[in-house]
Design a protein around this ligand. Structure first.
Ligand code: NAD
Ligand code: MG
Length: 385
């Protein structure tokens, strides 16, 4: 019996995780489930799985959660610190599927108890970087990558040493605007931008895929998970999303992980690791796929990639700033306060205006994150789009 906790249980990755856990009730027991504001979704999942505790981050919804859980025997709690407290409770495996830097404190709570974190929440690692990876080492925690690219790389790296790697190739779908001109992208709506061609995901990561900032964040994520040197991290656009990423060794061998675009495969890989478990994911039909295409990313049409490249080896504060400004810009785009092509300029302006020293502790990362959000917000307001 594996005791599991799911942070961000009501989201796209959280629901896929619940699906796997609920298919094997004899193998998994749910310790804690958390969500931001979806009381009904959280309470229903907690009742179904007989979780010990359900936590809603939004304090104002505590009474509603208690009511929704009445008579179920599931404990209710509310508030951001209660989410981190839930993460700190003993569990064998914790899915980190909160979106954004809001997930950083809960992830660190798991790391500090020496737990196993299945990391979907890339923004936490991008913001905290080496502070997180060194805490993982110091506390004997285990970090399992769930992001499909990083999970693919992790699978291709097993039993091989990093020094024998020639390069790591992250694949990118190119998003919904892969073939679009800048002129056409200038007027896209949030509804158009959230429609990913291959994956069904939460709103924020869908917009990140459309700007390709997602691949920028993933470059920084890969840099921390697989320290081979950033000159060995490459990005190739692969529109079919069949190859999830590749590792090339010094002898010229390239190993790839393939699969249908279904997050339950990488989630199951991390859930069963180091074993394997069955999933209902469809098999690839190679004859139907017929061909796999590849192209170089276009840095002119997708400047987010160049911005992330500049940041990855800079002062780690810059990665936290990039992430925070991007979260604010994506939020502003979803609220129709800025245009699609203004997202990356907000990030660039914030990176330019704000230059804090290298963060030496997690508290400093939280301060940088908070201040970068203020800078980004001010820049958006001053531009008055
Ligand atoms: P989502 O928006 O569908 O779900 C986000 C979850 O986080 C929800 O449960 C929500 O309640 C919770 N949440 C949001 N804000 C919170 C806050 N302030 N405090 C506490 N909880 C909060 O997002 P998603 O698509 O499931 O993505 C989750 C994470 O996984 C992101 O970091 C994303 O980049 C990453 N990821 C997602 C996919 C995918 O296929 N969806 C693939 C790879 C990586
Ligand atoms: Mg990914």
């Amino acid at each position: 019996m594996k005791h599991v906790t799911i942070l961000g249980a009501t989201g796209s990755v959280g629901r896929s995780t619940l699906d796997l856990v609920e298919r094997a009730p004899d193998e998994f027991h749910v310790e804690a489930l958390t969500a931001n504001s979806d009381v009904a979704g959280l309470a229903a999942a907690a009742r179904r799985t007989r979780a010990r505790i359900a936590v809603i981050a939004d304090d104002a919804r505590y009474e509603a959660l208690k009511e929704a859980l009445a008579g179920s025997g599931v404990e209710a709690a509310a508030g951001a610190s209660a989410v981190a407290d839930a993460a700190a409770r003993p569990a064998d495996w914790t899915m980190a599927a909160i979106v954004g830097c809001a997930g950083l404190a809960p992830v660190m709570a798991v790391v500090e108890r020496g737990g196993t974190v299945a990391l979907a929440n890339k923004e936490a690692l991008v913001s905290a970087g080496a502070l997180m990876t060194s805490a993982v080492a110091a506390h004997g925690a285990t970090l399992l990558p769930v992001d499909s690219e990083h999970n693919a790389i992790f699978q291709c790296l097993e039993a091989h040493a990093l020094e024998r790697v020639r390069r790591i190739i992250l694949t990118a779908s190119g998003g919904p605007f892969r073939t679009w001109s800048r002129e056409a992208m200038a007027v896209v709506t949030p509804e158009q931008a959230v429609k990913h061609p291959n994956w069904s995901m939460g709103a924020k990561i869908s917009i990140d895929s459309a700007t390709m900032m997602n691949k920028g964040l993933e470059l920084i994520e890969a840099h921390h998970l697989f320290p081979v040197g950033t000159d060995r991290l490459e990005i190739v656009v692969h529109p079919q999303s069949v190859i999830h990423s590749m590792v090339e060794y010094v002898d010229g061998s390239v190993l790839a992980q393939l699969g249908t675009p279904d997050m339950r495969t990488p989630i199951a890989h991390s859930l069963a690791w180091p074993e394997r478990m069955k999933t209902p994911c469809e098999s690839l039909d190679f004859a139907k796929i017929a061909r796999l295409d590849f192209e170089a990313p276009d840095l002119e049409r997708f400047p987010a990639l160049a911005v992330a490249r500049r940041v990855v080896d800079a002062n780690p504060a810059k990665s936290a700033i990039l992430n925070a400004a991007n979260e604010i810009a994506v939020g502003a785009f979803l609220e129709r306060r800025i245009g699609f092509l203004e997202i990356v300029p907000v990030v660039e302006a914030t990176l330019e205006r704000y230059d804090p020293p290298v963060p030496a502790a997690l508290e400093e990362v939280f301060t940088i994150d908070r201040e970068a959000r203020i800078f980004a917000q001010e820049w958006i307001e001053a531009r008055a789009f």
